[in-house]
Design a protein around this ligand. Structure first.
Ligand code: KG4
Ligand code: ZN
Length: 346
C-alpha cells in the first residue's frame, strides 16, 4: 500500500506491506515545511499547498526507492481525504487519483485521525480491545473508544482550542517561535511546574452544539491560554522582563495543567468504557512529559498503554497507509470523483 498525506504542512509518502495480517513499514518519507512557515509564525495555507506541489513527486519517488518498490508493485493507493487545509489536501488527493488511474489500482480514502489511531496498531500489532485512545494534535483533541478494529467511536472532544494549538499560541506569546509544542516541551524541562497556579477546566454540562452528548469527557484549553496571556501581560505591565528561568517556569506550569487534564480524561474514559488498553496518538503525543506521565499512570493502574514512536506521532504517511489497509479490507474504495473534505467527520 502506498500512503499519501498532505493535510497540513508535511508532504509525506510511505510504503506499508502486509503479510499474514502483520503490517511492515517499507518507507516513511516526510518533507516538512516548518522552515517556510516559521517566518510567519504559523502555517500559511497558500504557501503550504504550493510547497506540496513542489515536493509530492520527489517524496513519492523516495518512498518507493527506499522501500525498494516499483510503481507496478503497488496493490492500492491510500490518501488523506480530510480533515485539513483544503488546498493542501487537494494536492495529495489529485496526485493519488492520477496514480490510481494510470496504474489501474484501487484508490482508498482515509480520515486523517483514523491514520493517527492506526499508528498505534502499525507500531504495536494487535492491541487488547476496547482501546481508549486520545488523538491530540494541532487541530484536534478527541477521545475515541475502539471496540473492534477499524471502528472509532468519539466519546470526547475539545470545545475550543486543540492542545497543540494551545502550545503553539503560548509559545508565540512568549516569543519562543514556531511550532510551539517541541519548544515549550524543552523549556519546561528546566522549569518549576508548581511555580504558577494556572487553572484547569472540567466540563460538567453538555455542549450546546452537541446536546445529545453528556460532554463530561470534553476538553477546553482556551481558559488556560487566556490565563497564561493575562499572567504575561501583568508581568509586562509591572515593568518586568521575563527571565529565562521565569519563561521556563511558565512553560512547565502550563504543561503540567495540559498533561494532567489530558490524563484525567483518558483514565476517566478508560474506567467508564471498561478499556483493556489505553493509547495516545497525534503530534502532541510526542511530548516528553505526556509520554512519561501517561505510561506511569497506566502502569500504576495495571492497564496496558500504547504510545507511537516519535516518527509516527507527528503527521506521516505510514499511518495513512495503515488506515488505508484497514479500509481496503473493509471494502472501502473511492472513485475518481473523490474530493478533499476539509471538515470530514470520522
Ligand atoms: O499531528 P500533527 O503533526 O499535525 C496535526 O494534525 O495538527 O500535530 C502538530 C501539533 C503542533 O501543534 C505541535 O506544536 C504539536 O503537535 N507538537 C507538540 C510536540 N511536538 C509537536 N506538542 C507538545 N510537545 C511536543 N513535543
Ligand atoms: Zn495530524
Amino acid at each position: 500500500m502506498l500512503g499519501i498525506e498532505t493535510s497540513c504542512d508535511e508532504t509525506s509518502a510511505a510504503v506499508v506491506s502486509e503479510t499474514d495480517g502483520m503490517w511492515t513499514i517499507g518507507s516513511n518519507i516526510v518533507a516538512s515545511q516548518v522552515n517556510i512557515h516559521r517566518e510567519w509564525g504559523g502555517v500559511v495555507p497558500e504557501l503550504a499547498s504550493r510547497q506540496h506541489i513542489r515536493d509530492i513527486c520527489p517524496v513519492v519517488r523516495t518512498a518507493l526507492d527506499t522501500a525498494r518498490a516499483d510503481l507496478k508493485d503497488l496493490d492500492a493507493i491510500a490518501v488523506t481525504q480530510g480533515p485539513g487545509l483544503v488546498g493542501s489536501l487537494l494536492v495529495g488527493v489529485s496526485f493519488a487519483k492520477s496514480l490510481a488511474l494510470s496504474l489501474d489500482r484501487p484508490l482508498v480514502p482515509v480520515h486523517h485521525l483514523a491514520g493517527h489511531i492506526e499508528s498505534l496498531f502499525l507500531q504495536h500489532g494487535p492491541i487488547p480491545l476496547p482501546l481508549v485512545v486520545l488523538v491530540v494534535s494541532g487541530g484536534h483533541t478527541s477521545l475515541y473508544v475502539v471496540n473492534e478494529p477499524g471502528r472509532y467511536e468519539r466519546i470526547g472532544r475539545t470545545r475550543d482550542d486543540a492542545a497543540g494549538e494551545a502550545y503553539d499560541k503560548v509559545a508565540k506569546l512568549l516569543g519562543l517561535g514556531y511550532p510551539g509544542g517541541p519548544i515549550v516541551d524543552k523549556r519546561a524541562r528546566d522549569g518549576n511546574d508548581e511555580a504558577i497556579a494556572f487553572p484547569s477546566t472540567r466540563m460538567t454540562h453538555a455542549d450546546r452544539n452537541a446536546p445529545q452528548m453528556k460532554g463530561e469527557l470534553d476538553f477546553s484549553f482556551s481558559g488556560l491560554k487566556t490565563a497564561v496571556l493575562r499572567y504575561v501581560r501583568q508581568r509586562s505591565e509591572s515593568g518586568v522582563q521575563l527571565s529565562d528561568q521565569e519563561t521556563n517556569d511558565i512553560c512547565a506550569s502550563f504543561q503540567r495543567v495540559v498533561v494532567s487534564t489530558l490524563l484525567d480524561r483518558i483514565f476517566d474514559a478508560a474506567d467508564r468504557y471498561g478499556a483493556q488498553s489505553v493509547g495516545i496518538a497525534g503530534g502532541v503525543s510526542a511530548n516528553a512529559r505526556l509520554r512519561k506521565d501517561f505510561t506511569h499512570q497506566a502502569e500504576r493502574l495495571g492497564i496496558p498503554a500504547y504510545v507511537p514512536h516519535i516518527s509516527l506521532s507527528t503527521d506521516n504517511a505510514a499511518m495513512i497507509a495503515a488506515a488505508g489497509l484497514r479500509n481496503f479490507h473493509a471494502g472501502k474504495r473511492a472513485g475518481l470523483d473523490l474530493n478533499a473534505d476539509p471538515s470530514l467527520e470520522l
